[in-house]
Ligand binder design. Structure first.
Ligand SMILES: O=C(O)CCC(=O)C(=O)O
Ligand SMILES: [Fe+2]
Length: 195
């Protein structure tokens, strides 16, 4: 397991470096150095969703993991071949992500959304229970140290305004623990546009 975590951490860092390069951010290690920092608040989670019998569905979706956005910078998910993960589209529809045990599913976290001033979105997702098969997933969440300040990068504001106030990862977590899973945890840090 330690080997797997080291591998996905390295991959997450390489992806973050490529993102910075694509966005012409200098230095190129702006994002990945946060995850590589010895004090980075990264976690690894294993989820198991047992199959749910038909009569528990009562016609609707039975939720295995409620809707939310991932808080950290980047999430690297792998699952078995069981459907369940869905993402919310802008039009309000949920779409299923086809499971593929040979692929990684990469998610932008709230922190990356803030650092890119909303250019990259942390997509809302959830897991619905499967009627016949159990789902297993493992996710590495690459985060920053608790004391690190999170704010939009000046080079990405291009003369526009910052959409978020600066806050520390510790402040985000403190406020997230007080909130419900489905809440927009960035709401508290959004700047109100002057009218
Ligand atoms: O189990 C999954 O596919 C996703 C779980 C998830 O979104 C999470 O652990 O944050
Ligand atoms: Fe998630």
């Amino acid at each position: 397991m330690n080997d797997y975590v080291s591998f996905v951490k390295k991959m997450a860092c390489e992806i973050l470096e490529m993102l910075a390069e694509g966005l012409k951010i200098q230095p190129r290690n702006t994002f990945n150095k946060l995850v590589m920092n010895e004090e980075s608040d990264s976690i690894f989670r294993l989820n198991h969703y047992p199959p749910c019998l038909d009569d528990q569905f009562k016609g609707g979706n039975l939720i295995g993991f409620g809707e939310h956005t991932d808080p950290q910078i980047i999430s690297v998910l792998r699952s078995n071949n069981t459907f369940g993960l869905q993402i919310l589209l802008k039009d309000g529809n949920w779409v299923s992500i086809p499971p593929d045990q040979t692929s990684f599913f990469i998610n932008v976290g709230d922190s990356l959304q803030v650092m890119t001033n909303g250019m990259f979105k942390s997509v809302r997702h959830r897991v619905v229970a499967n009627k016949s098969k159990s789902r297993l997933s493992m996710i590495y969440f690459g985060g920053q140290p608790l004391c690190k300040k999170i704010a939009p990068l000046p080079s990405l504001m291009k003369g526009g305004d910052s959409v978020y106030q600066e806050f520390t990862w510790f402040e985000y977590k403190k406020s997230a623990y007080r909130s419900r899973l489905a809440e927009n945890r960035l709401g508290e840090f959004e700047k109100i546009a002057a009218s």
